[in-house]
Design a protein around this ligand. Structure first.
Ligand SMILES: [Fe+2]
Length: 305
């Protein structure tokens, strides 16, 4: 089993504490740049575009290191990988000088039709073989480290031969890629599917975690829904704290995609995340090294693979 990815991970820059590039709150985000070390953007919003979208990405690239987090790769789909999409993705990653890129461990299209959702895969050996081949293709194409994110899911597909963490672990090892660990998704799934979230963290190959996501969710009577539209709850901060002491991570990013509050509330959440990462005795994040966004930007170099 190849471990080339782990060598590459050691060369990646420490990006620090990040936030999402969102058009609706872009001005506030730029004004708070001394509180934010890097920005994450959805590449689909900036592929082959001009006008305001192009200008926004260029402005962001001037002020911050940028990381790409895709929605439409559909790595688990039975459709062929979309070469037009890969080509546009690579171009966008190069333009934004992204040190790494990520997408979700899911499928989002079927028979050429994209759905507005990230759907879970069956936890089967056949799905692992299918996804591993495609990850290798993507990683070769984009010429930089590629991370998959653990998704939140509300139903399990039939045909499971293992549990979720076994499924994720085997894919990461066989494809020799990285993990974007979303601690809110781990928490949401742990409540909805009845498992211990810390046990999940203990069972995955933590050395492959490059980035962490943290976000808010919505609680209904029977389930929790991953909305990215509410403040982070204490149980998810606690899971971040548990995780950050066990993993050498290059960036932690707060996701907020809707129901935007006054930006002061976002800053409070970012500072809380920073304190957790800074004060945990087991944390390997060197936030002083990340410094301000301008300083960190100069450290970002895409790593060839
Ligand atoms: Fe996420």
């Amino acid at each position: 089993m190849s471990n080339q990815f782990l060598t590459l991970k050691n060369k990646l820059p420490d990006l620090g504490i990040g936030f999402g590039l969102r058009r609706e709150i872009a001005d506030e985000t730029f004004e708070a740049k001394d509180k934010i070390d890097f920005l994450e953007f959805a590449p689909e919003n900036y592929m082959e575009v001009g006008g305001n979208a192009k200008a926004l990405l260029e402005r962001a690239a001037e002020a911050f290191p940028l990381i790409s987090h895709g929605l439409c790769l559909s790595i688990g789909s039975t459709d062929d990988l979309n070469n037009d999409y890969l080509k546009a993705l690579k171009k966008t990653l190069d333009q934004a000088n992204c040190a790494w890129a990520s997408d979700h461990l899911c499928f989002a299209s079927f028979n050429g039709v994209y759905v507005q959702d990230l759907l879970p895969l069956p936890f089967s050996k056949e799905a692992i073989e299918h996804v591993v081949k495609r990850i290798k293709t993507v990683q070769d194409y984009i010429e930089r480290p590629f991370l998959l994110e653990n998704i939140s899911y509300y139903t399990s597909l039939p045909g499971a031969e293992m549990n979720e963490w076994q499924f994720i672990s085997e894919i990461l090892e066989k494809a020799d890629c990285g993990l974007l660990l979303d601690v809110n998704n781990v928490y949401v799934n742990s409540v909805n599917h009845g498992f211990d979230p810390e046990r999940f963290v203990d069972q995955i190959p933590l050395e492959r975690v490059v980035q962490i996501h943290i976000a808010g969710h919505k609680k209904s009577k029977k389930t929790i829904i991953d909305t990215h539209g509410a403040p982070v709850v204490q149980a998810v901060y606690d899971l971040l704290e548990y995780t950050i002491g066990r993993v050498d991570v290059k960036g932690v990013m707060l996701e907020r995609d809707q129901n935007f509050p006054n930006f002061d509330e976002i800053i409070v959440e970012l500072e809380k995340i920073r304190n957790i990462c800074d004060s945990n005795p087991g944390s390997k994040m060197d936030l002083k090294k990340c410094g301000t966004s301008k300083k960190a930007k100069s450290d970002v170099q895409a790593v060839s693979i």
